[in-house]
Design a protein around this ligand. Structure first.
Ligand SMILES: [Fe+2]
Length: 365
């Protein structure tokens, strides 16, 4: 299966994963053939890319996710309810928030040798809720890698899931504005960190350090962040992690003004921001959990051959297992063969093929 942009979809292509509507119900089941109408609806709903089945580049079986799809979808709905409660001046169901974090943590601890392979398909409207769940999952994985104990992981998870809760207090028009923000509007949006802190610390059942994640997740390692220009060790270790995962997940999302970056590109961008924005320890721990070349990526090797990533190596995330399907003259190999890049150290991935490259390759065979 491959992820492709909604604008590149053709009638007859089949979905490879379920696509969910805003209320968490299945909009299109996996295996459905797309029609003109479905493609139009996906675009209208603001779903910018989907996973499709591919006759040539098909990975065998299900791609493992670090948490089950139903846990992810349920948590997204709970975050949405929490945000809506605050927007209509009701109070948060703290029990539900804590329970959601506990569930995610249980799943991650049970599956701790799986790399993060999938990015979810979310509509623009639901961005914040999916983003919150992802930041929670990615932050907890990082915390586990850093050896945090269970109570620490819970505090980290609650704060990560609720890190943007302060956005409920920001004017929707400013928050969703797609054009250039004025300095005053920018300052208003920045206030979400303080608002989030105030909301979370008003609940006795929410740990104070979780509230500090909301307050500090936009601080930068060099002191150039907001709202308090904290620097280095002044930033709590939980917030140093969420600073990384927040930026990473935003880069991997389709936004109204740009399409999503690939995992490889996003990790490169984080690397460039390392000295100024992030604590390197948190960044390294985070990256060790990511499949730099996710299963299903079509890649060319330094040998000139082309293939698809079919499995990851937890110890060496940049060296996955590749099924080589085309030789260096772009001729189809029958049968294909697999190389484990963690064993063959002289072979490496030269680049990830774009949608255009892939259709050119398929058409020439
Ligand atoms: Fe934020």
């Amino acid at each position: 299966m491959r992820r492709i942009r909604t604008t590149m979809l053709q009638p007859g292509m089949k979905t490879a994963r379920n696509i969910y509507a805003d209320d968490g119900t299945i909009l299109l089941g996996a295996g459905m053939a797309l029609t003109e109408y479905f493609i139009y609806r996906l675009d209208e709903l603001g779903i910018a890319s989907v996973y499709i089945q591919d006759d040539v580049f098909n990975s065998l079986g299900e791609i493992p996710d670090v948490i089950p799809e139903e846990v992810r979808i349920r948590t997204v709905q709970e975050v949405k309810e929490t945000f809506h409660a605050l927007e209509s001046s009701r109070s948060i169901n703290v029990y539900k928030v804590k329970d959601a974090v506990e569930n995610i943590l249980d799943e991650l601890l049970a599956n701790h040798d799986i790399l993060v392979n999938l990015s979810d398909m979310r509509s623009y409207d639901n961005y914040t809720y999916y983003h919150s769940v992802n930041v929670c999952v990615l932050s907890l994985l990082t915390g586990i890698t850093l050896g945090f104990n269970h109570p620490d992981l819970k505090e980290l998870g609650i704060g990560a899931l609720m890190h943007d809760i302060g956005k409920t207090q920001i004017d929707k028009e400013v928050l969703n504005k797609s054009g250039q923000l004025s300095p005053a509007e920018y300052r208003e949006i920045q206030q979400h960190a303080v608002y989030g802190y105030q909301i979370l610390r008003s609940y006795d059942d929410i740990p104070l350090l979780s509230a500090h994640i909301a307050l500090q997740h936009h601080e930068h390692w060099d002191g150039q962040g907001y709202p308090r220009n904290l620097k280095g060790d002044e930033i709590h270790r939980y917030a140093r992690i969420v600073a990384v995962t927040d930026v990473y997940d935003a880069l991997l999302s389709d936004r109204p003004y740009r399409t999503a970056y690939s995992v490889n590109q996003a990790i490169t961008i984080l690397g460039r921001m390392a000295k100024t924005h992030f604590e390197s320890r948190s960044l390294t721990a985070f990256v060790s959990n990511i499949a730099i070349y996710p299963i299903g990526s079509v890649v060319s090797l330094n040998t000139g051959e082309t293939g698809m990533v079919v499995d990851g190596n937890y110890e060496t995330p940049t060296r996955p297992i590749v099924r080589v399907m085309f030789d260096r003259h772009q001729r189809k190999l029958t049968p294909p063969h697999e190389v484990d890049l963690s064993t063959f150290r002289t072979i490496y991935i030269a680049r990830v093929l774009s949608e255009k490259d892939i259709s050119r390759l398929k058409n020439s065979n």
